[in-house]
Design a binder for this molecule. Structure first.
Ligand code: HEC
Ligand code: HEC
Length: 197
């Protein structure tokens, strides 16, 4: 499997290669079967119960597809995800995108620290997070959903962008944002977004 797809270097990828055709196969049995591998870590119904593993349910189709492409190409690094992504075909990537995007997003639980959320809301306004992630923080296209995501994962993601451990697509938008954030701001905004309703 691995050898078969290793010829897909990142250079072979263009937006044209992933034309984001709505995958009609998304709800068929084959993709459900394949997604059972994912639920071991990302949770039943795409809602993660595991520290540092993100929920996938309700993420934008394109965002999911791009992240899988980045893991497969090695431009996004993670010991758990890279070996999995290396086995995934373009068709599977399209199907996974559609499959997780149509799942009900995680529902935020009760916010036990509204004061921290208030600080986080100020950070989000000051740093214009909604200008890309949308007012509902549901994300769009290649921009991630943040609302209801696991709090500690949001912290980790922001720290990874800040330290350049994670290099996103889309012209380094997140590196520019995260680089200027203090750890206090990262903590507060992550709390705010995890409990955003
Ligand atoms: C062994 C555990 C494991 C399995 C199995 C797994 N993942 Fe992941 N996945 C992770 C971890 C850990 C991350 C976060 C990596 C990081 O911190 O950058 C991740 C991240 C992702 C992301 C990026 C999400 C985001 O919000 O940035 C996508 C998309 C994804 N996985 C899809 C899948 C799919 C599709 C499958 C099944 C084919 C799968 N994963 C199976 C552990 C796993
Ligand atoms: C200029 C547009 C832009 C702005 C402003 C922006 N983001 Fe992002 N964000 C993106 C894009 C694009 C991605 C996907 C990047 C990638 O491929 O890794 C992203 C990804 C993320 C992720 C990773 C989510 C995941 O599931 O892996 C987090 C967390 C995040 N942004 C938080 C924020 C916060 C908090 C703010 C405000 C402080 C913010 N962003 C402002 C464009 C933006």
């Amino acid at each position: 499997m691995r050898r078969q797809f290793s010829s897909y270097a990142i250079g072979a990828f263009s937006l044209a290669a992933l034309t984001f055709i709505p995958a009609q196969a998304a709800d068929n049995a084959a993709i459900k079967e394949k997604a059972s591998v994912c639920s071991g870590c990302h949770g039943e119904n795409g809602i993660s119960q595991t520290e540092n593993i993100p929920s996938l349910a309700g993420q934008p189709d394109q965002f999911i597809q791009w992240q899988l492409v980045f893991f497969r190409a090695g431009s996004r690094k993670n010991d758990q995800m890279q070996p999995i992504a290396e086995e995934i075909t373009n068709e599977d990537i399209r199907n996974f995108g559609a499959y997780f995007a149509q799942m009900a997003p995680p529902k935020a639980e009760e916010d036990k620290d509204p004061d921290l959320s208030k600080k986080g809301a100020q950070v989000a306004v000051g740093r214009r997070c909604a200008s890309c992630h949308t007012d509902s923080f549901a994300g769009t296209k290649a921009v991630a959903r943040l609302a209801g995501q696991r709090e500690e994962y949001l912290v980790k993601a922001l720290r990874d962008y800040k330290s350049s451990q994670r290099v996103g697509g889309g012209g380094a938008a997140m590196a520019d944002v995260a680089y200027h954030m203090s750890d206090e701001e990262i903590t507060a905004v992550s709390h705010y977004l995890a409990y955003f309703k």
